[in-house]
Design a protein around this ligand. Sequence first.
Ligand code: PEP
Length: 258
Amino acid sequence: QFVRRPLIAGNWKMSMDHMQAIALVQKLAWTLDDAGHDYERVQVSVFPPFTDLRGVQTLVAGDKLAVEYGAQDLSDQDSGAFTGDISGQFLDKLGCSQVLIGHSERREIHGETDATVNSKIRAALRHGLAPVLCVGEGLDVRTAGEHVAHTLAQVDGALEGLSAEELGELVVAYEPVWAIGTGEVAGPEDAQEMAEAIRKHLAATYSAEFADGVRLLYGGSVKSKNVASILAGADVDGALVGGASLDAEEFAKIATFE
Ligand code: PEP
């Protein structure tokens, strides 16, 4: 009943060392296989820490797993004197298909601005990585009733100067900051309200055709018990899952909307 192929994405944040990462992906793949998961129908991606990516690649390639993976961040530069940074070309060579950009923890803890996010999206696109752009308001903005305007401004800042052709496989994840890791989940109507507003905005900025193809995720305390109601929104095409993605069985249930 989905117009677009749903995406269930797991953001591991700074959890799981390289051994734990392999075990988690393996268990996830087995659990999904046991459940007869159809990856063509619902895409499943995990976003491990950088240091886990090589191990995940080896497992996924060796066992021909259909689980996809990406990084939680990337540098806006391609190479050079940028100590501690990781380039999009490294991620591409490690088989990443997507990359999270502008997660609220990057914005808050590392001071990433919309301009930073914009240059990181450009870097991802240069290396064939689909950007999963994260946007969303804090509690103060929500309380003031300005969440839609705030979030659409983040989308504009992130995409400034980029054409629909360049943006290709763009995914946008709406993650209200007050719902991340708090157990506080936005209602299905909140998720749909924002997804609809983002899609209409993309249609006005680019074209209806482009907007209709962009997948819009909701993120913030998604669990197996609430995923089905959130995905019932006509414009909600999947979920970005933090805490619950660290448990293979729970994440597999989310991916099958059980
Ligand atoms: C996230 O960090 O992207 C997230 C949605 O976290 P959680 O599911 O734990 O709220």
